[in-house]
Design a protein around this ligand. Sequence first.
Ligand code: NAD
Ligand code: GLY
Length: 370
Amino acid sequence: MTRAVSVGLGERAYEVLIGPGLLDRAGERIRPFLKRGRTAVVSDETVWGLHGARLTAALAAAGIAAEPVIVSPGEQTKSWEGLSDVCDRLLARNLDRGDLIVAFGGGVVGDLAGFAAAIYKRGVDFVQIPTTLLAQVDSSVGGKTAIDTPRGKNLIGAFHQPRLVLADLDVLATLPDREMRCGYAEVIKYGFLGDFGFFEWLEANGPAVLAREPAALSHAVARSVEMKAEIVAEDEKEAGRRALLNLGHTFGHALEAEAGFGEVLLHGEAVGAGCALAYRFSAAQGLCSAQDAARAGAAIAAAGLPTTLAEAVRSPPRADRLVGHMAQDKKAEGGRLTFILARALGEAFTARDVSSAAVRDFLISEGALP
Ligand code: NAD
Ligand code: GLY
C-alpha cells in the first residue's frame, strides 16, 4: 500500500509517497514534472550500484533518459569540492533550467543534489528518492539543502523544496543495520518531540521497525513524515516551531565534530546520543523528571544507539571543546546557546537562553574532562 503525505506549502506544496515498489514506478511519477524526456540523477556509487539499473529501467519505461552523476559515498562529498564537481557535470550534460534533477540516495546525496538544484542556473526543480531510513523520515522532506565546510556541518546551504518525494521502503532491504539504527534515531526523535503515543508505539515496535517488517516500517516512516510535514508547513524557514526538529542535534553536532565527522560516529548515532543527553540535561535543569530521562535513554539504547559521551567518542572529550563546537552551531545567537529541551516524553521546547557554564558543568558530570 502506498501512503501519501502532503507538505502544504501553497504553490510549492508537494507529496511524499511512502510504500513498497515505488522505484519501479518512478518514471510515471516523475514524468509530469518534466518538460522533456531526460533527467540528471545524482547518486552515490553504492546506491547506484545496488539500485541504479532499476531506476534507469523505470525512467526508460516512461520515456525518460537518465543522465547519471555519480559521486563518492560519505559525508566528505557534501563539500565545496563535491558541489563544484556535481555542478560542473550538470553543465557538461547541458542540463537546462527547465530540466529536473533526481536526488537518489541518502541524506548526503539529497543535501548535495538539492543544494546544486537550488543554485544551478539560479535554480532548477528536483525530486528526492531517499534510500536510507534517515533520508526517508527526515532529510528528503522540508527543503533544507546544504554542504559542510571545515568550520562545521551544513553551514552553507539553501531552502529549496523538492517537487516530489518517493520513499520506497523496499530499497531499505540493502541498507546496513548500522544505517537503519541511524535512521531510527530520527524516527524516535519525533516521538520525543511531540507524540508520546508514537514514542510508546516505538518502545513496543522498535525491533520490528529495525527488522524492516513491512507494516511496522511503513507506519514508522509515515508517522515521522506526517509530523515533519506538519511542522514544515507551519514554519518552513525555521522561525519557530521547526527548531524542535533539532532535538538532540546541538549535543549531537558537538559530538560529531569531536569525532571528526566520519565512521567513528555517524550522524544518526550522534543524534541518538544527543537526544539522551538533551533529556538528561533537561532533568538536571529541573525541567523534566529523571524517570522520563531514563526512559528516553533506555529506548535509545534498546535500538543499539549510543547514549553517553563514552559510547559516542573514543576518548573523553574536553567540556570546553564541546561547548566551543556548540557555539559554532547555526542556532547559537549572541553567545547564548539554543537547545531543544524537554518537559516530558513527547513534549519538547526551544530554550534560547541556556548558559554555556551550565552546559559545561553538565558535560563534566557526564564524564567530559574539565
Ligand atoms: P548517507 O547519505 O551518507 O548514507 C549512508 C550510507 O548508506 C552511504 O554509504 C550510502 O552509500 C549508503 N546507502 C544509502 N542508501 C542505501 C541503500 N538503500 N542500501 C545500501 N546502502 C545505502 O547518510 P544519511 O544518514 O542518509 O544522511 C546523513 C546526512 O543527512 C548528513 O549529511 C546530515 O547532515 C543530512 N541530514 C539532512 C537533513 C535535512 O533536513 N536536509 C536532516 C537530517 C540529516
Ligand atoms: N532536520 C531538521 C529540519 O529539517 O529542520
